[in-house]
Design a protein around this ligand. Structure first.
Ligand code: ADP
Ligand code: MG
Length: 681
């Protein structure tokens, strides 16, 4: 008898080559194979009459073969099989290309289920056949891997299903009853061999539930664990904060005040804060994080602030120095520079000063993690654009200390509400929706090629009157034509830079910026752009995150259709950072109607959340990079957009925990395994 845990090579017909190929997609045991689910199904049970066959529409027909002809084309080996087929509704000619073996199978008088499409062949409407079956069923289609095609999987899964009855049920009975779920063994059986569509749906629901249930349980356990950790209390220094805000060059928005206060109150608790500050680009998150930092510093603790890029780390460092009049004991640490207050010092020196608690607030990039810096009194960890840091790296900093620092992450990625709840179920969220006063709505236009020179004239005028412009391109260099046929219409930074500099704006100062440049060069360009020494910056998406240049009023995007709306919205957020009118010009040569519609949304909406939701509907969840790191990245059956099932799974997880996970040992083991595998700790 086949054992559920035996290696796949014990299965008859799985040789060494197949075994190697299966290892590539992490399939090693019989159980693994059973969890290799079809990605779609051919439903042969939904039969249409011949009369209703339409050009280019797929259909299944049930027919009798009336006549059959073989035709050899000029090119010798091409063989076409033609057959007259009929059902009660009529007749049509069916055609098979290049499948000579079918000649023996498709005998006159035999009955077949055929799947295919209506098409024109020699000016005649015919039925172009893709596949044929003797019996009507729902056929599972598996993703192929290398030389292993769907048929191979269908064959070995059939064998593996013999061990299906060894799979143990791990869902508690009461959960299965409450949410009307079928048993695991049936679900696995029917997902591979669905007897009917309703049964298939039940199998899918059960397996999807399992995925969401396990993740929910893991997140809840994580939260319990975190809640057991102690944090050091930082009392709000109310008077100091008041004085600081009163001396700012602007008035805080209500949302900024509310968010800052939520954060500061969180840190008065002895439970570590775990909060996400979400606010559109330009909404003023930095100052909120600075208020939180001041609160911690006044309590004689240290603060670490992690930025995703060197440019951003420097910007935060400069901003903080500016707002605090160079009075803070602040350090800057990136891979290429170390500063204490406004002086350059050696890295070693800086790290020593941090360890001796002389440096109170550290602004850093990944370099902080790489240098294993010890921050003895760390009590607030701020992470800008959280999704670029893995969960693992975060815990590296928090380390094995007895107390945990408070944790604040900031993001401009406008994640829709339902999604953020699912992703960050154990996080508290503060949202800044209001823009600082006096900001004008950025005028956004989708521009056709015919208006290009008009727009260049407009940009010229803006620059002459002292403003600056960004031009964003999807690529760094021109693709090799042979390699990527589909990238040919993508503009490259290098080519665009040359063109702009030589032909379009030869009187202006033009520079370029892209990810392959050395950090030093990038810094220099950014600095010069910031100081107004450069008029036009031609760049890849590297300017996407955070850079604050108030004098820039033009954002021009080439190949705008190559970017997601959320990303375009981020680009747009690079301008409109002062009270001057700003403009965003989106160029696209795509003729696709859907693409056009998607981009039109940019003209109408300036709410990042709404744009993200449109993106989500039109392009799917892959656009949110945060999903990958949350444990939700490996869903096979479930969708995190199935809020209904997600809610049920969460509820089920809470109920199970309240009855004690230890009472369900198989489940307990499964959750532990998942948590370790996903690095959720
Ligand atoms: P983001 O949320 O994108 O990180 P920043 O914190 O960089 O935004 O703020 C964008 C710009 O707005 C900065 O120049 C900042 O000084 C300014 N700013 C922040 N808050 C206000 C406010 N309440 N009123 C006016 N300007 C503000
Ligand atoms: Mg920012």
């Amino acid at each position: 008898m086949l054992d559920i845990n035996s290696k796949i090579e014990t299965i008859y017909g799985v040789g060494e080559k197949a075994q190697k190929e299966l290892a590539k997609i992490s399939l090693a045991t019989v159980l693994d194979i059973l969890y290799y689910f079809p990605w779609r199904y051919d439903d042969w049970t939904d039969i249409k009459p011949i009369r209703s066959i339409r050009i280019n529409e797929e259909a299944v027909v049930f027919v009798t073969i009336k006549k059959i002809f073989i035709q050899r084309t000029m090119r010798k080996r091409m063989i076409i099989i033609k057959a007259k087929i009929s059902d009660e509704s009529g007749e049509i000619e069916a055609i098979w290309f290049n499948q000579p073996f079918l000649e023996r199978v498709l005998t006159v008088g035999s009955k077949w289920y055929l799947v295919g499409k209506g098409a024109f062949f020699n000016q005649k409407k015919i039925f172009s056949v893709k596949a044929q079956e003797k019996t009507a069923q729902i056929v599972p289609i598996y993703h192929s891997s290398g030389f292993l095609k769907s048929n191979f999987f269908r064959r070995i899964i059939k064998i593996c299903l013999g061990a299906n009855n060894q799979i143990s049920e791990y869902l508690p009975d009461f959960v299965m009853q409450k949410f009307r779920l079928i048993e695991l063994q049936s679900a696995i059986n029917f997902i591979h061999q669905p007897a009917s569509n309703p049964i298939l749906q039940k199998a899918k629901r059960r397996l999807a539930f399992d995925e969401l249930f396990i993740i929910s349980l893991s997140l809840l356990l994580l939260r319990q664990k975190r809640n057991r950790k102690k944090a050091l209390v930082a009392k709000a220094p109310v008077d100091k904060l008041k004085i600081f805000t009163e001396n700012l060059p602007f008035k805080l928005t209500n949302d900024q005040r509310r968010s800052a206060w939520q954060i500061i109150l969180d840190m008065e608790k002895s439970r570590p804060m775990n909060r996400l500050l979400q606010g559109d680009v330009g909404s003023g998150k930095t100052i909120v994080a600075l208020l939180a930092s001041i609160s911690v510093l006044e309590n004689s603790f240290q603060v670490a602030w992690l930025a995703p890029t060197e440019a951003l780390a420097r910007q935060h460092f400069d901003t903080i120095n500016k707002f605090t009049g160079n009075k803070l004991a602040i350090g800057l640490l990136t891979s290429s520079i170390a500063k204490y207050k406004d002086k350059k010092i050696s890295k070693v020196e800086l790290i020593k000063n941090i360890a001796q608690e002389k440096v109170k607030i550290i602004i850093a990039t990944h370099a902080l993690l790489a240098n294993k810096v010890i921050i003895p009194k760390l009590n607030l960890l701020i992470v800008d654009e959280q999704h670029r840091f893995g969960v693992k790296q975060r815990s590296q900093l928090i380390g094995a200390k007895k107390s945990s620092p408070h944790f604040l992450s900031m993001t401009a990625t406008p994640i829709p509400r339902t999604l953020s709840l699912a992703l960050y179920g154990d996080l508290d969220i503060s949202i800044i929706r209001e823009k600082p006063l006096g900001r004008k709505k950025i005028i956004t236009e989708l521009v056709g090629e015919n208006l290009r020179s008009q727009k260049y004239n407009f940009i010229e005028k803006q620059i002459t009157s002292g403003r600056q412009a960004f031009i964003i391109c999807p690529l760094i260099e021109e693709p090799e034509p042979s390699k990527s046929l589909f990238d040919l219409d993508k503009k490259s930074v290098v080519a665009e830079y040359k063109k702009i500099k030589k032909k379009v704006f030869s009187q202006k100062k033009v520079a370029m910026l892209h990810g392959k440049m050395k950090p030093k060069e990038k810094q220099k360009v950014m600095q010069e752009f910031k100081n107004g020494k450069i008029d036009i910056l031609v760049s890849t998406a590297v300017v996407e995150v955070g850079i604050d240049i108030a004098n820039a009023t033009i954002m021009m995007v080439e190949g705008a259709d190559k970017f997601g709306l959320a990303q375009l919205h981020q680009f747009r957020g690079r301008v409109g950072r002062s009270d001057r009118q700003s403009y965003c010009f989106l160029f696209s040569s795509s003729a696709n109607e859907k693409t056009h519609q998607r981009l039109m949304a940019m003209e109408q909406l300036d709410d990042g959340f709404k744009l993200a939701e449109i993106d989500l509907k039109m392009r799917g969840p892959g656009i949110f990079s945060g999903i990958k790191q949350s444990g939700f990245g490996n869903l096979k059956m479930a969708s995190i957009f199935d809020t209904m099932l997600l809610t049920e799974a969460k509820q089920g997880a809470e109920l199970t925990l309240s009855r004690g996970l230890k009472n369900f040992p198989i489940l307990d083991e499964k959750v532990t395994e998942f948590t370790q595998h996903e690095h959720l700790e």
